[in-house]
Write a protein that binds this ligand. Structure first.
Ligand code: HEM
Length: 335
């Protein structure tokens, strides 16, 4: 079974990534959460916060994961090949605005940028009809688990080396994925947020005008950009570097799309594909820092299940769990 979009238990079909003022929905759970996971979003968020030494109750307005980050503005223009495969509004070739957030993966918003960590790049595409759709990527090319429970266990083990052997014994198939991520230097602090690719992990089904579907995965792949003058060594060096880089000129990324071949599994985030096609679906052009949309108490939520007509969700349990965990994280952010 495939999901079209807006399947949240709270009934919200997110038209925009920004929730201003009011209380964003708190997703309770069943039926979707009970079907895809044995753990509740509240328990997951409690454990993720504990892994980073944060109280379960609200302490700061920072995200449970990817706590340290900032917003940037730009545009996206799709290629004709993207429009052939999907009717989604942002893939038809006209320029659309984007909101980007680059982040460090951990739950500590004060962590020095040199610390080992995955980095995140979240993009919200603003469609001409007022809706929005999001892509969230991170620097590890392979996802190491396939259930929400295992994701929490992995995060705990990554934070506490004493838990790592037990995790690896219980999840032996994580080992090859961890080796690939190590080889890709996914946790090494990059010289710039603009210098590394970001992998969106899950599969989505693109639907063309004639109704044919293609399962696809995304990579946000950096193009060249102008190196800024000076060196950036301090605790917030990635933010300082990208602001200086943007002052020197725009930063561009390719939305790279892989199309599944017969036999590639769209529902398993660990599956390794042998794609039948890899193509450039468009260019993201980031032009500068954005006015902080959260400065006056607003809340921005990037959500990988916020899709629009022309894009459908898989049955990947991690994908279907994420909006529930993010809604719970937002509840803690608001207090
Ligand atoms: C069960 C699996 C996962 C859980 C429980 C989880 C949990 C979370 C939570 C609680 C947040 C903070 C949300 C907020 O307060 O707005 C977050 C943010 C984020 N997650 Fe995940 N996550 C999972 C899987 C993934 C995967 C597979 C990716 C791969 C791309 C990913 C990438 C991100 C990114 C980029 C952000 C930052 C969003 C932003 O910039 O606002 N996560 N995650």
């Amino acid at each position: 079974m495939r999901r079209r979009s807006g399947h949240r238990d709270d009934g919200r079909r997110g038209p925009a990534a920004v929730v201003r003022g009011g209380h964003p929905p708190v997703a309770a759970g069943c039926p979707i959460v009970c079907r895809v996971s044995a753990v509740t979003p509240a328990a997951v968020v409690d454990r993720l916060r504990a892994a980073f030494g944060r109280p379960t109750e609200p302490d700061t307005p920072h995200r449970t994961l990817h706590a340290k980050g900032a917003f940037y503005a730009g545009t996206f223009t799709a290629t004709p090949r993207a429009a052939e495969l999907s009717t989604a509004g942002h893939l038809q070739g006209s320029e659309v605005p984007i909101l980007v957030r680059w982040s460090n993966g951990g739950g500590n918003h004060r962590a020095p940028d040199k610390a080992p960590d995955v980095r995140g790049m979240s993009v919200s595409f603003k469609l001409p009809d007022g809706t929005a759709t999001d892509i969230l990527g991170q620097t590890a090319p392979r996802f190491v688990v396939r259930t929400p429970e295992a994701f929490v266990e992995f995060t705990e083990a990554a934070r506490n080396p004493r838990k790592l052997p037990g995790f690896l014994l219980r999840h032996r198939d994580a080992v090859p994925a961890l080796l690939v991520n190590g080889k890709a230097r996914a946790l090494i602090s990059p010289r710039s947020y603009a210098a590394v690719p970001y992998f969106a992990v899950h599969a989505f089904r693109w639907v063309a005008a004639d109704g044919t579907g293609s399962w696809v995965r995304y990579v946000l792949r950096p193009q060249s950009s102008t190196d800024p003058e000076g060196s950036f060594e301090g605790r917030d060096r990635l933010r300082e570097e990208i602001v200086a880089r943007l002052a020197a000129g725009p930063v561009t990324f390719t939305l790279e799309v892989s199309v599944a071949a017969d036999g590639d599994d769209p529902n398993d985030p660990m599956s390794v594909w042998k794609p039948r096609e890899v193509f450039d679906a468009g260019t993201l052009t980031i032009t500068g820092p954005a006015d902080d949309p959260e400065a006056d108490g607003g809340v921005v939520v990037f959500d990988p299940t916020r899709v629009v007509d022309g894009i459908e969700l898989s049955e990947d349990p991690i994908l279907l769990f994420r909006p529930q965990a993010y809604a719970e994280s937002v509840r803690r952010r608001l207090g």
